[in-house]
Design a protein around this ligand. Structure first.
Ligand SMILES: [Zn+2]
Length: 265
C-alpha cells in the first residue's frame, strides 16, 4: 500500500484583528516533508496512525508537510497558498499512491478562501483522480461544507472536547480508508444540517451521552462512523453550524458517496 499523509490546520476567528501569517505556523509547528518528529502533534494524528499501521503492514508511507498555527485571525493569502502549494507539491512527488490521509481543522479561513479545507481537498482530488481514497481527520469545531464532503471519501471528527481522542479517531480514519482501498467496505455518507450552533464539553452531560450514543451506533448495522460538527461561531462563513454525519457502507458502487446527500432546503 502506497500512502501519503500531511497536514495543514488552524482555527480562524474571522472577527479577530490579528492575521495569521507564515510566522504563526512556524512558531506553532511546521515540519517540512519527512521532518515530522517522533511524536504526534494535534493535527498529525493521521500521519502518526499511518506510521503505526504502516510499520505493521509494510506500507510505503510518504510523509508530506505538517503545519499548524495557533488559532487566530484570518490567514493571509500568502501563507495559505504557500503552505497549500507545498503540501500539494509533496503529494505530486509521492504519486502514484493508493491513499491520501490529511490532518485538517475544518475552520481555516484565509484571505480569499472561506473554505480552505474544501479548496485543499478539491486540489488533492484533482491530483490523485477519482479512484484514490482520500480521507481527513477534522476538529469538531469545523464548518463542514459540501465541497469538503464531495472531494473526500472518509471524514472523521474528533468526538471529544477537550480534544483527547485525536489518536483514536485517526486510527479509525486510517482503518476505514485502508479497508476502502482493499474493497472491504464502500463508505457513503449522509449529512444533516441541524440549523443550530452548539459548543458543548463532552466531559459532562448532555454531550457525554450524545458521544456515547454516537459510538454505540458504530460497528453495527453497516454503520462505520458517526461524527458531530459542533460548529465554530467565531468563523463568519456561510457554512457555519452544527451538523451530524453518518457513514454507512454502501451496497452500490462508491463515488456516489457524499454527493447529493445534503438537504436541499
Ligand atoms: Zn476544537
Amino acid at each position: 500500500m502506497r500512502v501519503f499523509s500531511g497536514s495543514l490546520a488552524t482555527e480562524t476567528n474571522t472577527f479577530a484583528p490579528m492575521p495569521t501569517g507564515l510566522g504563526s505556523f512556524r512558531d506553532r509547528g511546521y515540519f517540512a516533508a519527512g521532518r515530522h518528529p517522533d511524536h504526534m502533534t494535534l493535527f498529525s494524528g493521521p500521519l502518526w496512525a499511518a506510521r503505526l499501521r504502516g510499520r505493521k503492514d509494510g506500507w510505503t508511507l510518504h510523509e508530506g508537510m505538517v503545519a499548524g498555527a495557533q488559532p487566530s485571525g484570518i490567514t493571509t493569502r500568502h501563507a495559505y497558498e504557500t503552505l497549500r502549494d507545498e503540501l500539494l507539491a509533496d503529494l505530486k512527488k509521492a504519486m502514484p499512491v493508493d491513499m491520501v490521509l490529511l490532518g485538517l481543522h475544518g475552520a481555516m479561513v484565509a484571505d480569499g478562501y472561506d473554505d480552505c479545507e474544501g479548496d485543499l481537498l478539491q486540489r488533492v482530488r484533482a491530483i490523485v483522480g477519482p479512484d484514490v481514497v482520500v480521507g481527513a481527520e477534522l476538529d469538531p469545531h469545523n464548518h463542514l461544507t459540501p465541497l469538503m464532503t464531495s472531494c473526500a471519501d472518509v471524514l472523521v471528527c474528533f468526538k471529544e472536547y477537550p480534544h483527547t481522542d485525536v489518536l483514536e479517531r485517526a486510527v479509525e480514519l486510517v482503518d476505514l480508508c485502508a479497508a476502502t482501498v482493499e474493497k472491504k467496505i464502500r463508505p457513503v455518507a449522509a449529512v444533516v444540517d441541524c440549523d443550530m450552533i452548539t459548543l458543548v464539553h463532552t466531559s459532562r452531560q448532555p454531550a457525554r451521552g450524545f458521544v456515547d450514543r454516537m459510538q454505540s451506533l458504530e460497528g453495527k448495522d453497516g454503520i462505520l462512523s458517526v461524527s458531530l460538527t459542533h460548529g465554530f461561531p467565531r468563523g463568519d462563513v456561510p457554512e457555519m453550524g452544527t451538523k451530524v454525519w453518518c457513514i454507512p457502507t454502501a451496497t452500490r458502487p462508491r463515488r456516489t458517496s457524499w454527493r447529493g446527500n445534503w438537504p436541499t432546503n
